[in-house]
Design a protein around this ligand. Structure first.
Ligand SMILES: [Zn+2]
Length: 247
């Protein structure tokens, strides 16, 4: 990536890792809304609390979600500070509630849930279909675009990294009626945001094409009947549950 972009990625990631608590200045969520009704989520962009311990962040997944949304003028929902919930593991929580609210307004055509896997010896991206429930058209679109930019991709319906557990963001979104899919991205393409290696740019390019394809496709959603979508912009959100508390 160009040096200016690399600095931007590094600054964003430093902000997330250095100030994980809302009281340290980070808001809990960053919601970006663009004209295209496709939502990139990054529930593990910061460390998260699971089974009595902190688990490290899926590094740069927040940046991936935001850049893909910026590039395609679509939406992103990124966890940016400690919420004490693992939105990809627990049945409830603030992020799932936010997805339910979005479902209520019928403004999202697809959810693409962005994660980072630790292993570098597998494919660049594992697509999780939550037991094969992700719509086949979505799976093939995502697969084909990632392959087109030169990334190696594996589709996984069951088992580890398949989003099959009941309370993954993908499984939850599918239950709400959203077409949804999970991406587990290997360290290579993610960390390329911090170097001049081109695979990050390729990843973002593919995600932007995916969002544009879904967002612009003629479909069942009667866009004219919906309230006007806000123009491009980002909103920082804290949940009432934790706002103002000192931990
Ligand atoms: Zn994750």
């Amino acid at each position: 990536m160009p040096p200016a972009f690399t600095r931007k990625a590094d600054a964003f990631e430093s902000l997330l890792s250095a100030a994980p608590a809302a009281v340290a200045g980070n808001h809990e969520f960053l919601l970006r809304l663009g004209p295209r009704p496709v939502l990139f989520t990054a529930p593990h962009a910061v460390r998260h609390w699971r089974s009595g311990a902190w688990k490290g962040a899926d590094r740069l997944t927040g940046f991936v979600a935001l850049e893909a949304a910026r590039r395609s003028r679509s939406d992103a929902l990124v966890v940016t500070a400690d919420t004490f919930e693992d939105a990809n593991f627990e049945p409830g929580g603030v992020l799932k509630q936010m997805l339910s609210n979005l479902a209520l307004f019928g403004r999202i055509r697809a959810i693409i849930d962005i994660h980072g896997m630790g292993s570098a010896d597998g494919p660049d991206v594992i697509l999780g279909t939550a037991g094969g429930r992700s719509p086949a058209a979505l799976v093939s679109l995502v697969h084909d675009e990632l392959v087109r930019v030169g990334l190696s991709v594996e589709i996984r319906h069951n088992g580890n990294k398949s989003a099959v557990r009941t309370n993954t963001v993908t499984a939850h979104a599918l239950r709400l009626g959203f077409p949804a899919i999970q991406l587990e991205i290997a360290p290579g393409p993610r960390l390329a945001a911090l170097s001049d290696e081109p695979s990050f740019e390729h990843l973002i390019e593919a995600l932007a094409v995916i969002a544009a394809t879904i967002g612009d496709a003629p479909g069942e959603i009667d866009v004219a009947s919906l309230p006007a979508r806000p123009s491009d912009g980002e909103t920082k959100i804290d949940s009432p549950r934790t706002r103002g508390t000192v931990r």
